[in-house]
Design a protein around this ligand. Structure first.
Ligand SMILES: Nc1ncnc2c1ncn2[C@@H]1O[C@H](COP(=O)(O)OP(=O)(O)OP(=O)(O)O)[C@@H](O)[C@H]1O
Length: 276
């Protein structure tokens, strides 16, 4: 099995002494869509910041695409792993949208025509064409978030890491972002998302990692989000579909539905049985 991320016994304390990570062991499959879930303060952001070397391991090790995360590999790591912060205002700072998205590729000294090509493609991917000359400051929050994503996409990272990409986005921007992420994943890139949104994780991810109190509590397919033990220990909630189907066990199902269409089909089958 090929892994995009391999973490062994990672521990990390912040400068004020807060022990944010207390021995994380985790492997994330290459090409997967992985959701990292956990309550506030669980250590998700601290973990993500280790994936592109913003934080370096104080104890244990982190490898991305086989590369050890350490100071010597810093430049390669930043090219391999693109990190989109929770708040776009921590990331978007240039005078125009175009300059902002071009900033990363220019910093890697790519030729001018290659920079132009990448910026154009990244802006197309996040559907921000036509806003190239706007000041990011004059855009909406959701649009600034997409500028931040485009800036990372323009670096063509093999692993894309997003911290709470849905925070403060309206429902249509959320589903648009989901399509953008799926498009990037279909090119074979690994996508890792930290989120509080269990419904999103249940529907979108093919691997779910639950972090609590600086440790990995559980990892597996999205169906782990229907397990009592996992939900009780993690302080998360069941996804809405799971909540609904747990209340009507008489519908009868072999496997808890993961998608609305699947759930609708089960209900339809049950109604037909009743009618006949
Ligand atoms: N820069 C920092 N300095 C000191 N403590 C920090 C810092 N950043 C995070 N922490 C602490 O480390 C722990 C883990 O925080 P982290 O932000 O990684 O959690 P999280 O799971 O991302 O939380 P949330 O879901 O609320 O964003 C928390 O106790 C937090 O207060």
């Amino acid at each position: 099995m090929d892994y995009a991320v391999e973490i062994e016994d990672l521990a990390f304390s912040h400068k004020d002494g807060t022990r944010a990570l207390k021995g994380i062991n985790l492997r994330i499959k290459k090409g997967s869509k992985t959701a990292i879930l956990g309550p506030n303060g669980a250590g998700k952001s601290t973990l993500l910041l280790h994936l592109n070397g913003i934080y370096l391991p104080q104890h244990g090790r982190v490898r991305v695409m086989g590369l050890e995360v350490n100071r010597e590999n810093e430049k390669k790591i930043r090219q391999t792993v693109g990190l989109v912060f929770q708040d776009p205002d921590d990331q978007v700072f240039c005078t125009t949208v175009w300059e902002d998205v071009a900033f990363g590729p220019m910093n890697f000294n790519l030729p001018e025509d290659e920079v132009q090509r990448r910026v154009k493609q990244a802006l197309r991917a996040v559907r921000l064409e036509g806003l190239e000359q706007k000041m990011p400051f004059h855009l909406s929050y959701g649009q600034r978030k997409r500028v931040a994503i485009a800036g990372v996409l323009a670096l063509r990272p093999e692993i894309l890491v997003l911290d709470e990409p849905h925070a403060f986005l309206d429902p249509s921007s959320k589903s648009e972002l989901m399509k953008i992420m799926d498009g990037i994943n279909s090119e074979g890139r690994t996508i890792i998302v930290a989120t509080h949104d269990v419904d999103f994780a249940y529907e979108w991810a093919d691997d779910v990692v639950i972090i609590k109190d600086g440790r990995v509590l559980a990892q597996g397919g999205p169906d782990i989000l229907s397990e009592d033990k996992v939900i009780n220990e993690s302080e998360l909630e069941y996804p809405v579909l799971v909540k609904l189907f747990r209340k009507v066990p008489e519908i009868g199902y072999d496997k808890m539905p993961q998608f609305v269409d699947e759930a609708a089909e089960l209900i339809r089958q049950k109604l037909n049985q009743v009618k006949n």
